[in-house]
Ligand binder design. Structure first.
Ligand SMILES: C[S@@+](CC[C@H](N)C(=O)[O-])C[C@H]1O[C@@H](n2cnc3c(N)ncnc32)[C@H](O)[C@@H]1O
Length: 286
């Protein structure tokens, strides 16, 4: 008799309760778990933008940007490749999943879940990938509605710079990931605006004009101009041993980390953290 491999457990059908979602609450509408609360600060501004017409106006510029990086697959693989060590059948969570643009670049054997604070992109995600129905949560990164250690990996592509609370969302991503699981976060450099003509001639407010022309609404453009935090520093502080990878010809960053066995409190010794690997970015980190 030919010895057979033990069957791989089918992890694609996961009881919602095991994920921390309570099906008895009847809060699934259109295939989306409604776990959104009152939004504050940058999250309120972001949800208005991504749920409104601004994001659709801005999208062609994002596509152009990724096209100049060799196309969507190549540009996104610079980030998603850090999930490759996961085997077949992995269960992963994308935070800020939008309409699921990354799904087509992931192995079809994986079960992907998503969270996002904007509902229209989530609806778009289900339209594009009907299998995502029931696997999406309308929720903030800062308060993920999943049980501890639910996923083999948790990742975020874009949007992270303006998450309301970087440290809290990174802690949440680590919490819902199993010990030894993978963590990835990537975005464009947060201070690219400094290379805008307005900044270069000492009139930074002028850069609001081209940000609006790109499709950003008034509040989102103001938020970008006023933004003074360092999201990368939050990653280095929150995910011990996170490795920095320069992406998109130096215009973006990506951090990959392994979820430690025991999640500790936010580390207070930055000197021991953040093994920086920079692949030759043309711009220094601000
Ligand atoms: C630039 S889009 C990226 C979408 C998708 N990840 C991709 O790669 O195409 C950023 C997404 O993050 C979401 N987002 C922004 N802030 C968030 C937060 N604090 N919590 C959850 N989602 C957030 C937005 O609603 C938006 O859908």
């Amino acid at each position: 008799m030919i010895p057979t491999e033990p069957p791989t457990p089918d992890r694609s059908i996961v009881p919602a309760k095991a994920l921390g979602l309570d099906p008895d609450k009847e809060d699934v509408v259109d295939g989306i778990w409604d776990r959104i609360g009152p939004l504050e600060g940058r999250n309120r501004v972001a949800s208005a933008f991504y749920d409104g017409p601004g994001w659709a106006r801005f999208r062609p510029w994002e596509r152009l940007f990724l096209g100049l990086q060799g196309g969507a697959r190549r540009a996104r693989r610079q980030i998603l490749r850090h999930l490759d060590p996961l085997g077949p059948g992995a269960r992963v969570l994308e935070v800020g999943i939008g309409d699921g643009e990354n799904l087509r670049f992931l192995p079809s054997t994986w079960t992907v879940f998503g969270a996002d604070l904007a509902r229209n992109p989530l609806l778009g995600c289900i339209r594009r990938s009907p299998a995502m129905s029931g696997r999406l949560a309308w929720a903030e990164a800062e308060s993920l509605p999943f049980a501890d250690a639910t996923f083999d990996a948790c990742y975020s592509v874009g949007g992270f710079n303006y998450y309301r609370d970087h440290a809290q969302s990174l802690a949440e991503m680590a919490r819902v990931t199993r010990p030894g699981g993978l963590l990835v976060v990537a975005d464009e450099l947060p201070h690219l605006k400094r290379f805008g003509i307005g900044h270069l001639i000492g009139r930074p407010k002028l850069d609001g004009v081209w940000l609006r022309a790109l499709g950003l609404d008034l509040e989102f453009a103001a938020m970008v101009l006023d933004f003074a935090e360092d999201p990368e520093e939050a990653v280095v502080q929150s995910w011990p041993g996170a490795v920095r990878h320069s992406i998109w010809t130096g215009l973006g960053y990506c951090y990959s980390a392994t979820r430690p066995d025991r999640p500790g409190p936010t580390p207070t010794h930055p000197s021991t953290l953040g093994d920086l690997v920079d692949d030759g970015a043309p711009f220094d980190r601000p």
